[in-house]
Design a protein around this ligand. Structure first.
Ligand code: GDP
Length: 299
């Protein structure tokens, strides 16, 4: 399933590399090394990783020439080295309860779906989960999250469109505490076009949470759409400090040739990646296994 998920990404990497080795085994002259490096960058893997793969190829003696299989093997190994340090499953602490997870991301990134998938994943680990429909700017987001909550059988706190998100969060923590909820997952607005408003609102949510519990929010997850490629990187740039992001979830890795951006993000920001989205259904949020993902990308 995972390998199928990254197929478009590995196909494109293959297309970019094909021909560079002359169809068979090629000796690695500087021009070929340049071409390989460019092909890796064109596959969204990021300049640092591409440079390291080049250096490694340069450093190894391929006297008999390099075939595509060996090249892919080296690419997989180097990708795994980049991904391994950031692969961290979401950890739910025992105290205090409820643990609060804020989920942020621009509209269309897959935020709503990811919240539902995450709730489902935690439910399967026997956590009592509750949702807060804090994206109060979009009636559709409230509606969609409610549909998911009903479908998977988790309680949800929601209000009217245009309502006060921080107030909902307050209510969520209060009810969560009363009901013995383990994890409260809070949706937030994703209007990047009104950045100041968005950041003010997040700050307000944080203030309310901080008053209830100085350790909250325990996680601030940024949901990124892999199909946007390099744009996903600029979103990390925008949100990482202003929103205090603690970890990433990258979605839509199944439908894109730009999955290499996961490697570029890991390389550049070193932020924990908690899970990856590989489809539209509730079971399509997968734990992030760096070895498996590296193989899937390298093909
Ligand atoms: P939001 O606006 O950020 O809340 O985004 P949604 O959760 O509504 O998702 C936008 C679209 O992306 C929906 O059609 C989802 O089904 C789809 N989607 C979300 N995650 C994934 C994923 O991992 N893979 C695929 N193929 N589609 C996804």
């Amino acid at each position: 399933k995972l390998f199928g998920g990254f197929r478009k990404t590995s196909d494109r990497l293959g297309e970019n590399l094909t021909g560079l080795l002359g169809g068979g085994k090629a000796a690695l002259d500087a021009a070929t090394l340049d071409e390989i490096e460019e092909a890796l960058i064109a596959s969204d893997l990021g300049p640092a990783t591409a440079g390291r793969i080049r250096a490694r190829l340069d450093g190894e003696l391929f006297e008999k020439g390099l075939d595509e299989r060996t090249l892919r093997e080296i690419v997989a190994q180097e990708i795994e080295k980049v991904l391994a340090p950031v692969a961290k499953p979401l950890e739910i602490e025992a105290f205090p309860r409820p643990q609060v997870i804020l989920v942020i991301g621009v509209n269309g990134s897959g935020k709503t779906t990811t919240i539902a998938k995450l709730a489902h994943m935690l439910q399967e680990q026997d956590y009592a989960v509750m949702l807060v429909a804090g994206d109060t700017f979009r009636a559709a987001a409230i509606g969609q999250l409610t549909v998911w909550a009903d479908r998977i059988g988790v309680p949800i706190i929601s209000g009217k469109e245009g309502g006060d998100a921080a107030g909902l969060v307050f209510e969520g923590v209060k009810q969560g505490t009363e009901k013995g909820i383990d994890v409260l997952i809070v949706d937030t607005a994703g209007r990047l076009q009104n950045k100041t408003g968005l950041m003010d609102e997040l700050a307000k949510i944080r203030r309310v949470l901080g008053r209830l519990n100085p350790a909250a929010p325990h996680d601030v997850l940024l949901v990124l759409d892999a199909t946007t490629g390099q744009n996903a990187l600029s979103q990390i740039e925008i949100f990482k400090e202003t929103a205090g992001v603690t970890g990433l979830i990258m979605t839509k890795l199944d439908g894109t040739a730009r999955g290499g951006v996961l490697v570029a993000a890991a390389e550049r920001y070193g932020m924990p990646v908690h899970a990856i989205g590989l489809g539209e259904s509730i079971d399509d949020l997968k734990p992030f296994d760096p070895a498996e993902v590296a193989r899937a990308i390298a093909g």
